[in-house]
Design a protein around this ligand. Structure first.
Ligand code: ATP
Ligand code: MG
Length: 422
């Protein structure tokens, strides 16, 4: 036998046993987004490398260490998308979607980052992202947060996530703060690790995000971003907090929250859970008012978020919150001359008469015992049994596979009987 080939580390199959839960999470999320009137956009998975380095920032974890970058056959440097915002903005500019107009968009799909695989962290993972262009005020920031809160309610995980919020101000305010931070770090060189030393001049805000406890210990004395906030950002943030309060959404302000990508300004937020161990952020987002211009478009305000679907699926799974419907409701079992086609026809009739019903016909022959075994294996709730007598009389045996009772009913009455399974 030939040697088997394995999937790439950190890139997982979604198996038939897992896909019902995935579908449930994806559909819930999509339904909530569509309840706010947003439109879907689908971007390519591969983009020019410089789109990401320009959008996300050269001195970020994603661009420095995590991108899957390769040379195309004609020498162009291409990258598997590590996130969706850059491509969404690129597409919006290229297709004239953002020019002088408002857009409320969403996307869902695989992203790629070369990280150390562990629970909740993979090399191919999936995000659902929402991006809004052309709106300035805190009202839209609040809408996005309310939308996410609704998702958690519909998924049943509201009690297990909390919202952290911050404002990182205008680009100018950040520049002033940056200078103050660099001065602070210069006075504490001895505590800094290599990463922090390298970043303190290029991207000192990212040092605030450090996981190194020694550096964390001195951060209490570091200058605070809130002291450098410009008046407009301050008002924007106050407006957002007020809206969230009247919407009944609880949050805590976390002054250290700066987010890992460079393009954010003003509002940043994260939804965090304690149910998944170290990989606690299920959703992150914020404003990025400068990005459209930075990528060559006419300046347009923008705000968005992205959530990791693996982490949501894991949460719903670990908390055991959701009953997932199996793939098959009714399994058609037949035996005898001419019954197989009668079974196929009965199934076709039911698929038409009961929208949403999942009917599977037994294929491949075999006795009743074998066929019932298959019905159990696929998780069907009922078996519909047709023998020669039933076909001749226009009846069917309806067998409840959980309880075991069975009865013979007229085929004309089966619709009423089976509707309840959907
Ligand atoms: P983290 O701090 O966990 O690395 P991040 O700040 O890099 O997250 P974002 O770039 O903001 O994450 O992406 C948004 C969301 O996508 C995250 O909150 C998380 O739920 C999910 N995510 C990010 N990276 C991964 C990954 N490698 N595997 C699975 N999910 C991920
Ligand atoms: Mg990361």
């Amino acid at each position: 036998m030939a040697k088997t080939i394995q999937a790439i580390r950190g890139m997982n199959d979604c198996l038939p046993t897992q896909s019902p839960l995935w579908q449930k999470v994806e559909n819930t999320v999509k339904n909530v987004i569509s309840a706010y009137g947003y439109s879907e956009v689908r971007m390519p998975i591969v983009e020019m490398t410089h789109l990401f380095s320009r959008a996300i920032g050269e001195v970020t974890d994603v661009v420095e260490k995590e991108m899957y970058t390769f040379a195309d056959r004609n020498g162009d440097s291409l990258t598997l998308r590590p996130e969706g915002t850059a491509g969404c903005v690129r597409s919006g500019i290229q297709n004239g979607l953002i020019y002088n107009q408002e857009q409320r968009l969403w996307y869902m799909g695989p992203m790629f980052r070369h990280e150390r695989p562990q629970k909740g962290r993979y090399r191919q993972f999936h995000q659902c992202g929402v991006e809004v262009f052309g709106l300035n005020g805190p009202d839209i920031d609040a809408e996005l947060i309310m939308m996410t809160a609704r998702m958690w309610r519909e998924l049943g995980i509201s009690d297990y996530v909390r919202l952290e919020l911050n404002s990182i101000g205008s680009l100018e305010a950040r520049a002033n703060y940056r200078t103050a931070l660099i001065e602070f770090f210069e006075q504490h060189q001895e505590v800094l690790d290599d990463d922090a030393k390298r970043r303190m001049y290029t991207n000192p805000l990212r040092v605030l995000d450090t996981k190194n406890p020694d550096i964390q210990a001195i951060l209490g004395d570091a200058p605070k971003l809130s002291e450098y906030l410009d008046e407009d950002s301050r008002q924007h943030f106050a407006g957002l907090c007020e809206l969230l309060e009247s919407a009944g959404i609880e949050y805590t302000v976390n002054e250290r929250l700066v987010r890992g990508l460079d393009y954010y300004n003003r509002t940043v937020f994260e939804w965090i859970t304690d149910s998944l161990g170290a990989q606690g952020t299920v959703c992150g987002g914020g404003r990025y008012d400068g990005l459209v211009e930075q990528l060559g478009g006419k300046p347009a305000p923008a705000v968005g978020f992205a959530m990791g679907l693996e982490r949501l699926v894991l949460m719903v799974e670990t908390l055991g919150l959701t009953k997932v419907r199996q793939s098959v409701d009714a399994y058609v079992v037949t035996a005898g001359e001419g019954t197989m086609m009668a079974g196929m026809k009965l199934a076709e009739f039911l698929r038409e008469a009961v929208p949403g019903l999942r009917v599977m016909n037994h294929c491949g022959g075999g006795n009743f015992k074998k066929q019932f075994k298959r019905a159990d294996k696929v998780g069907a709730a009922v078996a519909l049994v047709l023998g020669e007598n039933e076909v001749a009389e226009g009846t069917v045996v309806y067998k409840d596979l959980a309880g075991g009772e069975q009865e013979t009913i007229a085929q004309a009455d089966i619709v009423d009987k089976i509707k309840g399974l959907v």
